[in-house]
Design a protein around this ligand. Structure first.
Ligand SMILES: [Zn+2]
Length: 111
């Protein structure tokens, strides 16, 4: 039997501070298109960083120097940059043009 898991939105102060509106994104490497993880994006606005607590699976590993690399093509994707405006909430700051994101349709939130 196939195991399935339904994503539900994490709802907390962070989400409320962004208007209580969220969607799921699929994050992938822009260079080689390797899937990286699913992500809950709260509020509108560009995706400059990803908060670790919103990564739904396969949390990326920071190297000792704080950088994150694509597990497939090894390109540098971003770096560890806690978000100071939210009590140093752990986050990845993406390098420019490093990742692709697309909206995950609700029908595909069962994985
Ligand atoms: Zn890659």
């Amino acid at each position: 039997m196939k195991k399935s898991k339904i994503y539900t939105f994490i709802s907390d102060t962070y989400r409320n501070n962004r208007g209580g509106w969220s969607r799921f994104l699929t994050i992938s490497c822009k260079t080689c298109r390797t899937f990286l993880f699913h992500y809950q994006k709260d509020g509108s606005g560009p995706l400059k960083r990803c908060y670790i607590d919103r990564i739904l699976n396969r949390k990326p590993k920071f190297q000792r120097n704080g950088f994150v690399f694509c597990p497939h093509c090894k390109v540098c994707l971003g770096f560890n940059e806690p978000y100071s405006k939210e009590n140093n909430r752990p986050a990845i700051r993406w390098a420019v043009e490093a990742i692709n994101h697309k909206i995950l349709p609700i029908s595909e939130t069962t994985v």
